[in-house]
Design a protein around this ligand. Sequence first.
Ligand code: GDP
Length: 436
Amino acid sequence: MNVVIVGAQWGDEGKGKVVDLYSSRAEVIVRYQGGNNAGHTLVVNGKKTVLHLIPSGILHPDKLCLISNGVVFDPENFFTEIESLVASGGLHGKPSDRVKVSDRAHVILPYHRALDRMREDRAGAGKLGTTVRGIGPAYEDKVSRRGIRVGDLLRPESLKTKLERAIEEKNVLFERHSPENRVSLDEVYAFCLKIGEKLAPYVTDVHSNLYEAVDQKRPILFEGAQGTLLDVDHGTYPFVTSSSTIMGGALTGTGLGATGFGETIGIMKAYTTRVGSGPFPSEIEDTDPALAEKIRTIGKEFGATTGRKRRIGWLDLVAMRYAAEVNGFSGLALMKVDVLNGFDELQVVTAYEVDGKTTTRFSADAETLARVKPVLKTVAGWPDYDASKVRSVLDLPRSLQDYIRLIEDGVGAPVVLLSTGPGREETLVIRDPFGG
Ligand code: GDP
């Protein structure tokens, strides 16, 4: 069985832990969208390694990790991660046998990062809050047919002409707004040749690798980044990321047809968070800032790279139902349940009031969503309990069982995994999507 992991909310749901758990069940692990704007913190031999691009399955000695065409690929970040994994002893075998990159993945070059930074600096209050890693500008180049693909780095004869085309308009912009970032064709060409040479042993046709794996019935894990509500088409545009974060992104992002996929597991927290700007109907910051602060502190809801406070909200079943519709979830992983332990009562958003009407439909239109007032249902919280003694859902406190049922009924998918702490052992596996 092949399994796709998708963030069901606005990202930061705890996908890293699920990817780590499920990686042990898969033989091939694929990143299919986004770039090094994702982030998983892993501890190997007591040394902290942060992976932004390479699938965390790399830590399992016998797994093949693939970076597919849907990803925008920053080669400098890639080699930093490889070197750090080799240094920590976390990467077994020859690196180029363990990680492969699609010849069709688009390359993030230094001018993409410069453009990203220049735009964010100039945006003032309209800042999108990007990671300034050049992800958006690289996707723009892909769509405008000015992108440089990994395969291009291996073809010096045609690369220079492609680069010339790629940087022409950028230099007009740089000239006007940040002349220090003007790109020199010769410099960027030399940089690309150097990178191409180093990257050559890693380059492959991921599409073929995946078909082979399907043929040989080797289980595949598709590792999504960010979250459904940040999807460029189906999220709360323009406060979104620049890729297809939903399950559909795994199809276009790999070139594997629908029959190659099995389960789609939505990763969700027992509450909701959102980073940066944009509408957030279940937010509790305005109504109860002390409570928001409490959940933020217990849940350590601060950006991993920026330290930025994440905004906190109640579980939103309207948004979750929408996420289930656009992804087709066959199961849900319910994370960070422990963060809500010991609350007397909790609120859950069951409907929206918008322009005087009550609805259970989620509008991804940011302006409509900003006018939404949440309809809240009060439910009983659950007491602190000893999660290490829990073997099945029936061992959970009654009110937590009710909370799970409310989610399953509201979202229309079963909870297959319950997470009660960051550790591997702090997990209740209700059903293993890989089977067995
Ligand atoms: P991602 O952006 O979805 O990949 O989220 P991360 O993997 O960065 O997870 C966010 C943080 O939550 C990490 O520090 C995890 O260790 C932590 N985490 C994951 N699951 C749980 C859980 O069930 N309880 C608690 N308290 N922390 C968790």
